[in-house]
Design a protein around this ligand. Structure first.
Ligand SMILES: [Zn+2]
Length: 421
């Protein structure tokens, strides 16, 4: 049976031990960097630190040499795992060339999120002290004792996999991840192709219908975010670095940005939930996502920040669809999406669309984003770019439907910034 994970976050009150623990995790990370250099030096690569990644034997070698007086051994191993995971993703990035100059994970850290694994977690419920979670450190150190809210669901404790202790702009949070097994396995063999675009977050095609999830609200949030950032940076640049006002503005800036980021995240959740639910009711067995090479490079973003945001959203949508589909027993496949937005689904001719509609010389006419989704599906099924003999393609497809996310209007208020500038 396939497993899936769900995460839940909980805001908690700060305790002095928290920063000590996260500093200890960072120590282990720094030790990893050092040990990696040592390992490579031992093998005769005097300055190979940047470009080499060593597999399993290096992990074992390093694990023997890492220790920390404060951290639980499993938390220490979690840091090591994360270190090697970063090396792997660095290797993938470097090979695929999707990022120009990826940085190897060699940066020293001062603080780092600490992960507690199952054996270090204990839930207790007392009449006097209420619900609490106790997290173990190394032997000889008292456990971290964190009170939980009274409505915390203790029955989930058996599913617990890990707890992460996170710090984000002045707020401590616990990230609980629960491991579940799915009972449902999708019965349908239908395949749906999904195009994740800049303009519309999700465009899907299941062989008959095309659905477009409207991205207007998200775009307005992006614009708003950029506007707020620009406004604040201007105000911040006018005051002395690390002065009282500098700190006040910086804090306020991140508070605003955090709120907008939450709104973006919320919209993404709503879109993906709606989409995955639709797939479930339609009896779809496989969702095909175009990806890895990421966002098409041909589009001019104007600003670098914008591109970053889009890439972040792209990854987030992929991640959300994957875990939500998995929970319902739907398979998710990634395929390379190159040329899928340019090829005519009817005759296989390749041409770049230059406006909202894709118009081919063979007479095929369709919504541009829908074409991407149709081709991604076709690519997975193995008939991408093959001319369709029957005239059926355009007949079978219904016009794309737009789903609109109904949300309150974003108020654009820069007045707050101006008054303190
Ligand atoms: Zn054509």
């Amino acid at each position: 049976m396939p497993n899936f994970y769900r995460t839940q976050t909980l805001k908690i009150e700060a305790q002095p031990i928290f920063s000590e623990v996260n500093a200890a995790s960072a120590d282990v990370w720094n030790a990893c960097c050092y040990q990696m250099a040592m390992f490579q030096w031992h093998r005769g690569y005097p300055h190979a630190h940047r470009d080499f990644y060593f597999g399993k034997d290096c992990e074992g070698w390093m694990d023997k040499r890492l220790s920390h007086p404060l951290l639980h051994s499993q938390s220490r191993q979690a840091v090591r795992e994360r270190y090697f995971k970063s090396w792997k993703s660095y290797a993938v990035l470097k090979k695929s060339g999707s990022v120009e100059n990826p940085n190897p994970p060699n940066n020293r850290k001062n603080y780092m999120t600490t992960r507690f694994k199952k054996s270090a977690i204990r839930f207790v419920e007392g009449a006097l002290l209420g619900k609490r979670v106790k997290l173990s450190l190394a032997q000889g150190h008292p456990k971290i004792d964190i009170p939980l809210p009274s409505n915390f669901d203790m029955s989930k404790a058996e599913h617990i996999a890990t707890i992460d202790l996170c710090y984000h702009y002045g707020q401590w949070t616990l990230h609980f991840s629960y491991k579940y097994e799915t009972e449902t396995t999708a019965t349908g063999g239908e395949v749906v192709g999904v195009d994740i675009g800049e303009i519309h977050p999700i465009v899907s095609h299941d062989g008959q219908d095309t659905h477009i999830y409207n991205g207007r609200y998200m775009r307005s949030l992006y614009r708003h975010r950029n506007k707020v950032l620009a406004g604040f940076s201007q105000a911040i640049s006018r005051c002395k670095r690390h002065s009282k006002r500098w700190w006040r503005l910086t804090r306020r800036k991140w508070k605003r940005i955090r709120k907008i980021d939450n709104q973006i995240k919320d919209a993404l959740h709503k879109h993906t939930t709606k989409f995955v639910k639709y797939c479930h009711t339609k009896g779809i067995g496989t969702i095909v996502l175009g990806g890895l090479t990421g966002i098409r490079k041909s589009i001019d973003y104007g600003k670098r920040a914008n591109q970053k945001l889009h890439q972040w959203a792209f990854g987030k949508i992929t991640e959300l669809i994957t875990y939500k589909a998995k929970a319902l027993g739907i398979k998710v496949k990634m395929i390379d999406e190159s040329y899928t937005s340019q090829t005519c689904p009817k005759c296989g001719n390749r041409k770049k669309p230059n406006n909202r509609n894709y118009i081919c010389k063979c007479g095929f006419k369709y919504h541009r984003d829908g074409v991407g989704a149709i081709n991604i599906r076709a690519k997975y099924l193995g008939h991408f770019g093959v001319p369709v003999v029957a005239e059926k393609v355009s007949d079978r497809m219904t016009p794309p439907l737009g789903f609109r996310l109904i949300v309150p209007k974003v108020q654009v208020a820069l007045s707050q910034i101006k008054e303190c500038a």
